[in-house]
Write a protein that binds this ligand. Structure first.
Ligand SMILES: Cc1cc2nc3c(=O)[nH]c(=O)nc-3n(C[C@H](O)[C@H](O)[C@H](O)COP(=O)(O)OP(=O)(O)OC[C@H]3O[C@@H](n4cnc5c(N)ncnc54)[C@H](O)[C@@H]3O)c2cc1C
Length: 377
């Protein structure tokens, strides 16, 4: 076995770590406080090739592997989850469906702008009545005079309403029990996007409710074969879980970094609190679990890069890192005492940003259901 990263993967780690430290860290608290979408950072990430990291170079991406992509998401989340989810949702959920299922014409039409970060894409699966039961899609798309006419609603869609969003790929019923994926460009008449939703965390990321009232798009906007939408989105979610797993590792690592520094600096009873074994044990448990979680995520990413089945491992990585990041932010805030409860301490933001990692792209319970199936239960 070889646990070493390749020189390219090391380079990605160093580049993103530096970027997160120099460019994201100074503005993360302000963006969160003002619920402000990080347009400038997205532009800079685009210039670095990080808005299309795993997209092939021929479509304007950086042609990186999944391990590199996971590392990039991990390093961004270590500093700020809003920026990380903006990149992860854009890449894994917005751009990937077009790369994997799109025709050559669709790839050429959409990918260069997306992979460069000039434009963003979203993925609209969740509906008000179809969350964990994602197959319960009620949105319809009816073929009329060479156009798909879409009616329905989507809920909690990341990146759907920014000034630079070009489209959302939605799941829709195109017949009885027939789900298909359709690309709906922003600006389509009848496609309405709510104001940004107010959230507990990820406050600088863009989350919207979408509604479609006779929104007509060209017939050619069907993505992949008609009726294959259900299988397609399951495949997309499998890949997306690697990036959300990477977010769990990054968030836990960021919480650990903050708690470690604070514990060595804060003195009580005449000595640094890091000298108390109870505090040390919290940090030790965090460090140990983070290593375990990181290995799960990298292994799932590596399997994907080898072209091997990875769905079980991605679900395990997502489940484990979601729960470990919960324990990590809780311990890290405890180590900060009352100061950790104050907005001016970054750990309070990480604490708020954590919970969604146990909900988005399949709740902990849904991951357990997926894993149970893989175990033959
Ligand atoms: C900030 C944010 C961003 C998001 N971004 C996107 C996006 O870009 N695109 C998109 O399509 N969606 C997105 N989502 C939606 C997200 O994927 C869903 O919220 C998630 O899948 C859960 O669905 P739900 O909220 O309807 O919860 P529900 O499905 O109603 O679940 C409620 C509770 O019931 C439990 N439950 C449900 N069914 C079962 C069962 N069979 N057994 C045991 N327990 C069960 C769940 O685990 C959960 O604890 C986002 C959500 C948020 C909050």
């Amino acid at each position: 076995m070889n646990f070493d990263l390749t020189p390219e993967q090391e380079l990605i780690r160093d580049t993103v770590r530096q970027f997160a430290k120099d460019r994201v860290a100074p503005v993360a608290a302000e963006l969160d406080r003002e619920h402000r979408f990080p347009y400038d950072l997205v532009a800079e990430l685009g210039e670095l090739g990080l808005m299309g990291l795993p997209i092939p170079e021929e479509y304007g991406g950086a042609g990186g592997d999944t391990v590199s992509y996971a590392i990039a998401i991990e390093e961004l989340t270590r500093i700020d989850s809003s920026v990380a989810i903006t990149v992860a949702a854009h890449t894994s959920l917005g751009t990937m469906p077009i790369l994997i299922f799109g025709s050559e014409e669709q790839r050429k039409q959409w990918l260069p702008d997306l992979a460069s970060g000039r434009r963003l894409a979203a993925f609209g699966l969740t509906e008000p009545g179809a969350g964990s039961d994602a197959g319960a899609t009620r949105t319809t798309a009816e073929l009329r005079d060479g156009r798909w006419v879409v009616n329905g609603a989507k809920m909690f869609i990341t990146n759907a309403g920014t000034d630079i969003t070009s489209c959302v790929t939605i799941t829709a019923l195109t017949g009885e029990n027939e789900v298909s994926n359709i690309i709906v460009p922003n600006g389509t008449p009848g496609y309405e996007i709510s104001p940004p939703m107010e959230k507990l965390g990820w406050r600088a990321s863009d989350t919207r409710e979408l509604s479609f009232r006779d929104a007509g798009v060209p017939e050619g906007n069907l993505l992949g074969p008609r009726g294959k939408g259900f299988q397609q989105f399951l495949e997309i979610l499998d890949g997306g879980r690697i990036s959300v797993g990477a977010m769990g590792v990054g968030l836990a690592q960021g919480a650990y970094d903050l708690a470690y520094a604070y514990a060595r600096e804060r003195e009580q009873f005449g000595r640094p609190i890091s000298s108390f074994q109870a505090v040390q044990f919290r940090l030790v448990d965090m460090a140990t679990e983070i290593e375990a979680g990181r290995n799960l995520v990298y292994r799932a990413a590596w399997l994907k890069d080898q072209g091997r089945p990875f769905a079980r491992d991605a679900a395990m990585a997502k489940l484990y890192t979601g729960e470990l990041s919960n324990r990590a932010v809780n311990s890290a805030l405890q180590i900060h005492g009352g100061y950790g409860y104050m907005d001016e301490f970054a750990i309070s933001r990480l604490y708020r940003d954590q919970k969604i990692l146990e909900i988005g792209e399949g709740t902990n319970e849904v991951q357990r259901m997926v894993i149970a199936k893989h175990l033959g239960l």
